[in-house]
Design a protein around this ligand. Sequence first.
Ligand code: SF4
Ligand code: SF4
Length: 289
Amino acid sequence: MTKALFFSEDAHCELCPNNCQIKSGTFGACGVRGNKGGKGIIPFYGFITALALDPIEKKPLYHFKPGTKILSLGFAGCNLRCPFCQNWRISQNTEACDQSRGRWMKPQEIISAAKEAKSPSIAYTYSEPLVHAEYVIDCMKLARENEIANVLVTNGCINKKAAEQILDLTDAANVDLKCFNKDTYQKVLNGGVPGTNPLEAVKEFIKLCYKKNVHLEITTLIVPDLNDSSEELNAIADFIASINKGIPWHITAYHPDYRWNAPPTNPDFIRNTAKEAQKKLKNVHTGNI
Ligand code: SF4
Ligand code: SF4
């Protein structure tokens, strides 16, 4: 079995800010990374829950290889618990991701599939790729050797050491900046895991992407009464502008899913938010309306 990285001698997973202490015979909060007899295990290495050839704009990436297709692969599990997750069937219950929901693929098979589809890029997407760091790193190394670009579509909720390793192999990323409120990130989106600060981790990840010259676009799903105050949306635009005014910001509308039943975001609200943000940023895009 492939060795789990980022597993400390005292059985902490150090991959993401949840920093789970994992008892033998159990898994961390993502349901992906476990402990067996004191050793870190990653039994979902190579388990692919979705494989599709998408237009790159669907990621969404509007300023990286526009007009091309991208081989997109999804995994099982996620380190966050967004109650409106559109991919909850694969992200929120790894036990349900049995053989009927996916297939096992070696990294070399992913590269062969990309070549066969004549796809110039591979996207690690749908659920959360970062909790599968070992597999993503192995695929990314092979993709680089084959001159195929690596694209991460991610919640960006990862610690710096792992982020450094993955971003050194990443060509482009779309990172969710889900809100700009520490409590919302921790209590609503991270299921209340105590003592965590996902917002800070995501902000640091975004800054690191930029520092490492990874092509970067940012997405915010606007959920009514959760992250739609003008203060919060202005704070996100200000944060992006403080890094670079040219970084594209995708403002997308929420639709009811999983455990969140509030009515969808009003399309006019999305358009007005975009108009306001354009005063600060050069590339603002709307989506899902
Ligand atoms: S990736 Fe995060 S949620 Fe998963 S076991 Fe490691 S620290 Fe916990
Ligand atoms: S981070 Fe993405 S995949 Fe994970 S729960 Fe949230 S929306 Fe779903």
